[in-house]
Design a binder for this molecule. Sequence first.
Ligand SMILES: [Zn+2]
Length: 294
Amino acid sequence: MQLKNQSLLVMLLFAFGVMFFSSLGALAEEEVEDTLTPEEKELASPPGLGNPEVHKITEDIYAITGLYHPAGEEVGVSAGIIFTRNSVIFIDAGMTIASAEFLWQVAEKKMKGKEHLYLILTHRHSDHVFGMRVMKEKGAKVVAHTILRDWFQLLGGRYKQVIAQKMGWDREKGNEMLGDVLLFPPDQVIDRDTVLNIDGEEIHILVTPGHLWDELSIYHPKSRTLFAGDAIYEGMPPHTAFGGPDDWKLWVAQLQRLKELDIETVVPGHGKLCSKKEIDRNIAYLQEEISRTK
Ligand SMILES: [Zn+2]
């Protein structure tokens, strides 16, 4: 009997101890929140979310920047959301399930629940497509380039593993960071410039190869917004590792074409929202690269 009482006492003391120290912990967490470095903040947020920022470009056009990217916060991935009368169009799905769920939560606040859903993927790279399951399972119609469809078919279910390996992650770490990734073939494929008419609103899908051959840029004339995917990088060099000088020449030609559009806001694939001026900086960088290979 005495033994029972003693163990009860020990258990009670232990429980109080846990409560005391965890409340101390919570307090300490609040106090240090403001003094965290970007790297520490990255660690403090849920794995695979990054440090997303929501930008309301107009009442119906949203851009999200700073979604998770393994190279760090300054390379944060962008995505977009266009609301029309009866539809919601997502542009890209981020690299992780956590990123896509964040995008969904942003959209959901403005939705009535009966909208037609679309997901346009700007290209096949993991940092723009791995979250697609979230939109697809809500019923989104997926639109992407023909090459993306072929790429998904070729890799089958191995794409996540390929990326995790590239990052040096084991299966567990890959699951923790990326989430339960599942890729679906597009419902509609595009291989030339296409105008979607959604609820009487034009969404221009422009085929803008260079970074990759399946690169699409999405232009919304009504708001003068260009969702450029990785055709445009803000504040950092455009990522040229996936092609050679011939691809970069094609890229420059596409950028020159995009420059002709009436654009107020550019949503780059990576970096901050910017203006058309950033297109010139990308062109200059690519031209420099081209001349270096001569
Ligand atoms: Zn990218």
